[in-house]
Design a protein around this ligand. Structure first.
Ligand code: ADP
Ligand code: MG
Length: 342
């Protein structure tokens, strides 16, 4: 069905029906002039917004709307996770071109709500406009964190140990496979092996790119433990995001190429890829893993938390980052995704 047949308000009604809020903290959700939310007075409010633009952040020839909805929620929830917070509410603003159908918007919210529901996050509002060119998605997330437990990019000290959760480079490798024409079943995108019933791509690299998992539980555990001194999520690539953490903390870093965690999948996909896993980890971005620093005196306690993470280096004084690779030391320059230089 065309969106013009339904109209703006008909579409908002459908989105509302599809996104019933559950939290008692949502006093007024979708449907009034503003949402009314009740928040805990003992906590800090966290807010974040991320935009995803067709042609800049995603390509609808290999991104299905379910995955796009999921990812739009994930990138915002990841920012809340990176502060050690609990995500509570979301708002979605859409600019919709005439080429997008009502069914596609429904798929978008299926994906969006699937992730939000997992974390009891309520969709409480947004905006809906026509776009003259390309699909525009802007999501705002609101979260909360205990006043004394919040983690920021500032706070890392020389001697602190640098850790990352999960594995790095998978998302960028998945994107390269998609760009090369590989689809993997269940991405919902046009391509070989497409099965619209399957919503989970069967290639783990493609899945990580299209439907990243924000590390909310790990972010909470890290923050509540009191072991970490600084934290950021890896959205632009390790070199870039470590650069941000160092800049805000006014420190330098050294990291070891042979300690960076890679998945079995990225090694198995080597034939389909043009670059080494290290390249994707350093410069690829969109892994949405957490990068954080641990005070050496808290290492034992931190390790007892059993968070899936790897120590990849150490914070040093100064303002430079170094990469040790095969016993060679090289200056590491931030080379992640940058909208205005790429
Ligand atoms: P107003 O003109 O007062 O801004 P709108 O007609 O734009 O109100 O929106 C009506 C209600 O629907 C509001 O609660 C708004 O937050 C919500 N809303 C509009 N678009 C969306 C959307 N894409 N997703 C979720 N909620 C939406
Ligand atoms: Mg409006």
């Amino acid at each position: 069905m065309k969106i013009s047949d339904l109209g703006e308000f008909g579409l908002i009604r459908k989105i509302k029906q599809q996104s019933k809020g559950r939290s008692p903290s949502t006093l007024i959700g979708i449907g009034d002039d503003a949402a009314a939310l009740s928040l805990s007075p003992s906590k800090k409010l966290l807010t974040t917004t991320d935009m995803l633009l067709e042609g800049v952040h995603f390509d609808l020839s290999y991104t299905d709307l379910y995955s796009l909805g999921w990812k739009s929620a994930a990138v915002n929830l990841s920012d809340i996770a990176a502060m050690g917070g609990v995500p509570r509410f979301c708002l979605t603003a859409l600019g919709i071109p005439s080429s997008i159908s009502v069914e596609q918007i429904k798929e978008f919210y299926k994906g969006f709500n699937a992730l939000c529901r997992k974390y009891s996050v309520d969709l409480v509002g947004g905006d809906t406009c026509r776009s003259e060119k390309g699909l525009v998605v802007s999501v705002t997330a609101l979260g909360e964190v205990e006043k004394k437990k919040m983690l920021t990019r500032a706070g890392a000290q020389p001697g602190d140990l640098i850790f990352v959760t999960g594995t790095l480079g998978d998302s960028a490798a998945g994107l390269e496979m998609l760009r090369a024409g590989y689809r993997g079943e269940g991405t919902g995108a046009r391509g070989k092996g497409h099965n619209s019933e399957l919503r989970i791509p069967n290639s783990p690299l493609i899945l990580k790119h299209l439907q990243p998992m924000p590390r909310i539980e790990w972010g909470r555990k890290i923050a509540l433990s009191g072991c970490a001194t600084a934290m950021i999520d890896i959205s632009d690539g390790l070199s870039s995001d470590l650069g941000h953490l160092c800049e805000e903390s006014r420190v330098g870093a050294e990291i070891y190429a042979d300690q960076i965690p890679f998945s079995k999948d990225i090694s198995k996909a080597a034939n389909h890829l043009n670059a080494a896993p290290l390249h994707y980890a350093l410069s690829g971005g969109e892994d949405y893993e957490l990068l954080f620093t641990v005070a050496p005196s808290k290492l034992k306690k931190f390790l007892s938390l059993e968070i899936v993470s790897t120590q990849i280096g150490t914070i040093i004084s100064g303002n430079k980052m170094f990469l040790y690779d095969n016993d060679k030391r090289a200056i590491l320059k931030p080379r992640g995704f940058n909208h205005f230089t790429c």
